[in-house]
Design a protein around this ligand. Structure first.
Ligand SMILES: NC(=O)c1ccc[n+]([C@@H]2O[C@H](COP(=O)([O-])OP(=O)(O)OC[C@H]3O[C@@H](n4cnc5c(N)ncnc54)[C@H](O)[C@@H]3O)[C@@H](O)[C@H]2O)c1
Length: 453
């Protein structure tokens, strides 16, 4: 058992702290946001993540997990994990001021020789620069890059069963110390230098975003030539060199990571004089997808007085309450700007959504959102939308436009019921009884249900 500290009780910090405690360590999680800390101390989780409450409260009860805002409580820690935000700053560069602040706050309290493990996604060279800060050198602090690859929605499983644990360190001793913390996980440890670890994290996110933007670009070609993007993606994904993941077309990617990481990599590259046309296109295509969806809706509402759109799902992907970078919100804002009334439903993200966009009308169930609506946008493929009673939906809505932002609904069935079904690269001929689209449970191997970041 090691004494550990985690700075930041957000999506990464809370999962890291809970899972490290689950591995048997004694963990103190430091959070500077008073409201968040108060909630945690009162036994309320500030985020929704499956499997996390059990780990948090179980380990808190066993005396292995503590929450505090007092940096003095990290004094016994052998290693300190940094999991604070790195949002987009000026020109898209990563803003590392939270990391800097966290480091300066811990230095006066940390044990000599403590291991400082950077989990936040930071620009290449950040760990090197921190290691050269005079107070860090003076305190003999060893800085390690240990980028996090968990996905919201499956974060606990991703942490406890990782595909790899990347340790970017400049000494074999530091690698050994970090590896010891993770020793009870069955994981491949990849030991590299700090800069490669930092760049690998950005590269992974940028590549995943690229796959989605790429298939979205192809989906427009599919529409033009009347081919089926689902079939195209399935065939292409069966090639082992390519694989099926992240090849579903629709509204594109969002979340707190892909947008800021693609931007941060692009702007860092520019600073080094590197030309990055792919990264720029990946971002632009994603923006265009949202615009395309908004335009589909606006066109469908043409001539209707006081139009109403119901948006089902506002979290950036299913199984999270996170609305950062959510395509649903961008589209909702565009619709509001066009005089459309926007009603939304989401099983977990309504509070977060209304914090961002106060003018949207939040509804407690999908049918209430759909009542009298002229169009429906399915923006997040939550499982509960699988079981919607479409006959009832047809009776409830005033209009009949359905924009399937995730290509998960059974378009043929909806067309038979009288809906005007719009998707991203699914052909018209399949809507006329000549074929069926996969439904939300559909059998597009490895594609359906993966969630889009
Ligand atoms: N969310 C993800 O899925 C994910 C996955 C991999 C990596 N990351 C990276 O991890 C980092 C954290 O992301 P997140 O989504 O957990 O952010 P978050 O915003 O959910 O949580 C960060 C927390 O850190 C707290 N904080 C800020 N400054 C602090 C300080 N000085 N001391 C202690 N706490 C402080 C904030 O109040 C907040 O609660 C980012 O760099 C992100 O890119 C995120």
């Amino acid at each position: 058992m090691e004494q550990l500290a985690v700075l930041g009780a957000g999506y990464v910090g809370l999962v890291t702290a809970a899972c490290l405690a689950e591995l048997g360590h004694r963990v103190t999680c430091i959070e500077v946001d008073g409201r968040r800390l108060m909630a945690l101390k009162a036994g309320q989780l500030p985020i929704y993540e499956r499997g996390l409450p059990e780990l948090i409260w179980g380990n808190a009860q066993r005396g292995r997990l503590f929450f505090s805002d007092d940096f003095g409580e990290i004094a016994d820690a052998d290693a300190i994990f940094v999991a604070v935000p790195t949002p987009s700053g000026e020109n898209g560069e990563a803003d590392i001021s939270f990391v800097r602040q966290a480091v300066y706050s811990l230095i006066p309290h940390a044990k000599r020789g403590v291991l400082l493990i950077i989990k936040s996604t930071v620009p290449v060279g950040t760990a090197d620069r921190i290691s050269q800060l005079p107070p860090v050198l003076k305190a003999g602090i060893e800085v390690v890059s240990n980028p996090e690859f968990l996905r919201q929605g499956t974060a606990v499983r991703d942490f406890l069963q990782p595909e790899r644990v990347v340790i970017g360190a400049e000494s074999a001793q530091a690698v050994e110390r970090v590896a010891r913390i993770y020793a009870s996980l069955e994981a491949s440890i990849v030991s590299v230098d700090r800069r490669s670890a930092e760049l690998a994290k950005y590269t992974a996110n940028a590549l995943l975003a690229t796959r989605i933007s790429f298939i979205n670009e192809i989906s427009h070609i599919a529409t033009a030539v009347n081919a089926d993007i689902d079939d195209v993606a399935r065939i292409v994904g069966m090639d082992r060199r390519i694989g099926p993941a992240f090849l579903r077309s629709g509204l594109g990617w969002g979340g707190s990571c892909f947008p800021k990481d693609v931007l941060a990599l692009t702007s860092a590259a520019a600073r080094y004089g590197c030309h990055t046309p792919i990264l720029r296109a990946v971002y632009e295509i994603n923006e265009l997808q949202r615009e395309h969806a908004a335009q589909l809706l606006i066109d469908a509402l043409h001539g209707i007085d006081d139009p109403i759109v119901a948006v089902l799902g506002v979290a950036f992907k299913p199984n999270t309450d996170d609305v950062r970078g959510s395509p649903a919100l961008t589209i909702a804002e565009r619709l509001l700007g066009n005089g459309v009334t926007v009603r939304i439903h989401d099983p977990f993200a309504l509070v977060n959504a209304s914090d961002v966009l106060a003018r949207i009308d939040c509804r407690p169930d999908p049918y209430s959102a759909l009542e009298g609506a002229d169009a429906l946008l399915l923006a997040t493929e939550w499982e509960e939308y699988e079981t919607l009673d479409w006959t009832l939906v047809r009776e409830t809505m005033r209009g009949k436009t359905v924009v399937d932002g995730r290509n998960v609904l059974n378009g043929g069935h909806l067309t038979e019921l009288g809906f005007r079904y719009r998707s991203f690269g699914r052909p018209e001929h399949k809507l006329n009884g000549n074929g069926t689209h996969h439904n939300i449970n559909g059998s597009i191997p490895g594609v359906a249900g993966e969630g889009v970041e």
